[in-house]
Design a protein around this ligand. Structure first.
Ligand code: SF4
Ligand code: SF4
Length: 93
């Protein structure tokens, strides 16, 4: 387990029903070969599935760091913060 994984284990989430980040599949499939999002997300929210040739995104464990937004050169992410009271609950110590 690396340092990031050790920290995430002690992080709590209160996920909304509605995703705060939405992935545009059409852009991913037609324009993106690098799939940087699958490498940079510290919470491994993006996973490339060989069978469907699609990137699957799970917002529930998102740390709201914004790295995916910066790394996606194709503008395929509609990125927003979760509604108030939802999302990641960081713990100190
Ligand atoms: S980097 Fe952007 S365009 Fe590429 S797979 Fe990820 S979200 Fe889609
Ligand atoms: S904001 Fe950060 S934690 Fe959330 S999906 Fe993007 S890279 Fe992953």
């Amino acid at each position: 387990m690396n340092i990031a994984e050790e920290k995430i284990v002690f992080t709590a989430f209160n996920p909304d029903i509605k995703a705060h980040i939405v992935l545009n599949d059409e852009i991913c499939i037609s324009k993106c070969k690098e799939r940087y999002c699958t490498f940079v997300c510290p919470a491994s929210c993006f996973v490339y599935e060989e069978e469907s040739s699609k990137v699957v995104f799970s917002f529930e464990g998102c740390l709201e760091c914004g790295t995916c937004r910066i790394s996606c050169e194709e503008g395929a992410l509609d990125w927003n913060h979760p509604e108030g009271g939802y999302g990641v609950v960081f713990r100190l110590g």
